[in-house]
Ligand binder design. Structure first.
Ligand code: CTP
Ligand code: MG
Length: 219
């Protein structure tokens, strides 16, 4: 089965505040360049969704499409641009992607139809009340047992993911990831152990972590 990597990279990076986030560099290489290079050896083609008007840098081994207003719309544009049987969706904003995780997600997607990298939650979880505090009448403690934090890459049989996106579009349903769209239609999603280094660069604090990690990174 032919596998394509789809990289949504069309976000504006509002929380980081340094312009379109995929182009932000860590130790001399963009987040997008790092993500694409990690995926390329494992797949037949790499497709990237970019903000309108921006071009793919020369050192990124990929084909570009224009993204949409939301991550979901960007992934749908990518899905429509390939005919591969299996697709691997990976955020440009997760630059440290171990090859072993890529292989495990592809294998699980082939077997189950849908799979995602994820990590068991290690912290205590609470829901804050309206005033921002927990422990009052409104605060709730959520047992963390059985809870996983979902990462990317996420792998799918392309026909399954296209159908899930079509259903979400028809219903006006929005999700922050693609496995959520499959789960919503009743499909199984296999959880594959991810990696702490697969964190998403979202805030300035995450960028500081990425800069500290980059010199030690060997994929
Ligand atoms: N993304 C995308 N198209 C969008 C929005 C997001 O392709 N319209 C991509 C981002 O480029 C990123 C991934 O989806 O690789 C995860 O999104 P996020 O971390 O939220 O990035 P941004 O949307 O750029 O950041 P922010 O929400 O802070 O603006
Ligand atoms: Mg966003």
């Amino acid at each position: 089965m032919r596998v394509a990597a789809l990289i949504p990279a069309a976000g504006s990076g509002t929380r980081l505040g340094l312009g379109p986030k995929a182009f932000v560099e860590v130790a001399g290489r963009s987040l997008l360049g790092r993500s694409a290079a990690a995926l390329a050896p494992h797949v037949a083609e790499v497709l990237v969704a970019l903000p309108a008007g921006l071009n793919l840098p020369g050192d990124v081994p990929a084909r570009a499409v224009t993204g949409g207003d939301t991550r979901q719309a960007s992934v749908l544009a990518l899905l429509r641009a390939t005919d591969a049987e299996v697709v691997l969706v990976h955020d440009a904003a997760r630059p440290f992607l171990p090859g072993a995780v890529v292989g495990a997600v592809i294998a699980a997607a082939r077997e189950v139809g849908a799979a995602t990298a994820a990590l068991p939650v290690a912290d205590t979880l609470v829901r804050a009340g309206p005033g921002g505090d927990c422990g009052t009448l409104w605060g709730t403690l959520t047992p963390r047992e059985g809870l996983w934090a979902v990462q990317t890459p996420q792998g799918f049989r392309r026909d399954l993911l296209l159908a899930a996106h079509g259903a979400a579009l028809a219903d006006g349903f929005a999700a922050t990831d693609d496995a959520g769209l499959i789960a919503r239609t009743g499909g199984a999603v296999r959880l594959v152990p991810g990696d702490a280094r697969l964190f998403k660069v979202t805030t300035p604090g995450d960028l500081a972590l990425a800069q500290a990690l980059a010199p030690t990174w060997d994929g």
